[in-house]
Design a protein around this ligand. Sequence first.
Ligand code: B12
Ligand code: SF4
Ligand code: SF4
Length: 228
Amino acid sequence: MQNNGFIKKLRKLAIEEGASVSGTAYIKDINPEFNLPKDQISGLDYAFSIGVKLSDSILDQITDHPTKLYFHHYRVANMFLDRLSFKISLCIENKGFKALAIPASQIIDWKKQSSYLSHKKIAVLSGLGWIGRNNLLINPEFGARLRLATVLTNLKLPEAKPLDFGCGECFACLSACPVKAIKEESDNFDHMACYNKLDEFRKNDFVGQHICGICVKACKGNPVNQGL
Ligand code: B12
Ligand code: SF4
Ligand code: SF4
């Protein structure tokens, strides 16, 4: 593959700058799902996916509602990811290619509660993990304790193989969820029950934002998948 050395350099940069994981994917097949003007993403057929691990000390303080410390951490992690994806996009542009950094967490359609694209789906295609029973991207090493971001580009990047892993016999997050939104079959995740609980958290003014953190804390990955 052309630009092999440059791509290696980009991945090294991501990790040196503090990303916990990075991966690449061919995403042309899913770009009709993106909430971005078609002419602006024409040719941006590859994605660079990054994830940063959240702090165990902060997550471990969460019991039955999000804490103010978690809220701050959530914002810092988003800012960190946005700065890093900006840096990666600049490196790609400096090399003469196009790059578009997608914000870690910006809702653009409030009715549909959606953003430009799904970081989780791109992370799955980039081989970073699978969609778990808790509806989150689960990485074998870090579980759900990862926040994600994406850079779209026309630089031809290697196509990763999605991981052949899953939750298996782990059900740790099911009993943790206060509204039982998480089911045995990940397809049956109850989005409305989860959203209503996050709305309650927001209104009760624990943090003033739709966040929770309980099923993020509950999932440390699946030890079976790590060969432990
Ligand atoms: C809006 C939003 C919300 C909304 C509702 C989201 C929704 N529509 O479902 C609310 C406020 C409720 C919410 C809640 C939470 N969120 Co939120 N949210 C977002 C945001 C900003 C946009 C999501 C979006 O556009 N969804 C649209 C739908 C269509 O996409 P999707 O939900 O990602 O679903 C796709 C995948 O699941 C995929 N998929 C499902 N199964 C499979 C299987 C395979 C094989 C493949 C390939 C794909 C696939 O297909 C779906 C459709 O395309 C994203 C950031 C982003 N841009 O991705 C963060 C994001 C999804 N949220 C995140 C988190 C952590 C949370 C919370 C834990 C809150 C918190 N921080 O404490 C809860 C978790 C609830 C849960 N268990 O799912 C993280 C997830 C990280 C991870 N490890 O997975 C994200 C990625 C933010 C980030 N930068 O890391 N969120
Ligand atoms: S974010 Fe909270 S309410 Fe939603 S599924 Fe996870 S634990 Fe349940
Ligand atoms: S806690 Fe277990 S069941 Fe839940 S998402 Fe993580 S690995 Fe899957």
